[in-house]
Design a protein around this ligand. Structure first.
Ligand code: ZN
Length: 360
């Protein structure tokens, strides 16, 4: 696992050097941000090959996640949607199987909080989304949209429901965000004792960290850079609103209503840092799975109520790991054949070949 600091972001662990004050703060919350893990098998393509492919990639995620837990000791882990590959149309049995696989791969100690937002692969795009699919997802993962940890407010929105067409699920999602906005405003105005705010609504007075699956609107990935950004030939392809990213309107509403200081999103499978409006930083977190990238990565953060420090953690390239295993297996096979005298030594083989050539 390679660690690389990114921009102003950055922890107080002996092996990593973080420069910001957040990393020096003993009360900061160490956290991890992962995206698009896409656990599960496509029920329509359950061949031996797909089983093997899924088994290798899920093994990679399990090892990477368990190593990250051990090495980085986070208190909070966020997975930014697309938890499952086929959640949008899987049968109840396939769903139960995938949930079991997810819980095995991403097992964690009780003191680590695992927070998850829904993605289009979990509940479908807007036109595929239904109350049943959302409830099924929320039965497994806590549907809590707003929570506070160590004085930091986190808002987790269902960005799939921000289509803006007034559908029932979209209206419910907007109403929830407006209610959260009201609570956050009350926390900001604590000193003013606004009559609209009651004591039980008070949250820590801290601008929130917004977590969602779809990124806020951006024209394309043209201004994105880094080892895990989109390939050069894809960066200029314009983003489709409501498909590759949220619509302009939904993005503006989230920024106005919530006034976040940091946004973490997934969906694109590639990395990007985008500065919105009045200086709100958005980090697009790349996929954590070899299914979507040869070089998956994740975000590691140290958060305080006023600051954050982020770093990028790179997983090994799939090519490198598979090539290493192939070479090791080949080497062991040769050793075993030689041990059981099933393999002529290269010298003996050369001598026999020479004798054959002489006699012909
Ligand atoms: Zn997605």
């Amino acid at each position: 696992m390679r660690i690389k600091e990114s921009g102003k972001h950055s922890k107080k662990r002996p092996i990593f050097k973080f420069r910001s004050a957040a990393s020096e703060n003993e009360d900061a919350a160490p956290s991890l941000g992962l995206a698009s893990v896409q656990v599960g098998l496509n029920p329509r393509r359950r061949s031996l090959y797909t089983h093997l492919e899924a088994a290798i990639r899920e093994w990679q995620m399990e090892r990477a996640f368990q190593t990250a837990l051990w090495l980085l000791q986070p208190e909070v882990v966020f997975i930014l949607g697309d938890i499952f590959d086929e959640g949008k149309w899987s049968s109840p049995q396939a769903w139960a199987d995938d949930v079991e696989r997810f819980q095995k791969i991403f097992r964690h100690p009780h003191h680590v909080l695992l927070k998850v937002v829904a993605g289009n692969h979990d509940i479908g795009f807007h036109y595929q989304m239904s109350t049943y699919k959302i409830k099924r997802f929320e039965k497994v993962f806590n549907p809590e949209r707003l929570f506070s940890w160590k004085g930091i407010n986190f808002v987790m929105v269902n960005s799939v429901a921000l289509e803006g067409d007034g559908c029932n699920l979209c209206s419910e999602a907007e109403a929830e965000i407006i209610e959260i906005s009201h609570k956050l405003n009350c926390s900001r105005e604590q000193e003013h004792h606004s009559s609209r705010c009651t004591d039980e609504q008070l949250l820590p007075a801290s601008a929130p960290v917004l977590l969602q699956h779809f990124p806020l609107y951006r024209r394309s990935d043209a201004n994105c850079s880094g080892d895990d950004a989109a390939p050069l030939e894809e960066r200029d392809i314009p983003f489709k609103e409501r498909y590759d990213a949220l619509s302009r309107e939904a993005s503006q509403k989230l920024l106005w209503w919530l006034r976040p200081r940091l946004v973490l999103s997934g969906h694109t499978h590639s990395a990007c840092e985008v500065l919105h409006g009045a200086g709100t930083m958005e980090i697009s977190v790349p996929s954590f799975s070899w299914r979507n990238r040869n070089n998956p990565s994740f975000i590691m953060g140290m958060l305080t109520p006023t600051e954050y420090a982020l770093a990028k953690c790179y997983l090994p390239y799939e090519n490198t790991v598979l090539a290493t295993y192939c070479v090791a297996v080949g080497f062991l096979a040769v050793l075993m054949l030689a041990h059981f005298k099933l393999l002529a030594s290269p010298l003996l083989f050369g001598w026999n070949l020479l004798r054959k050539l002489k006699t012909t």
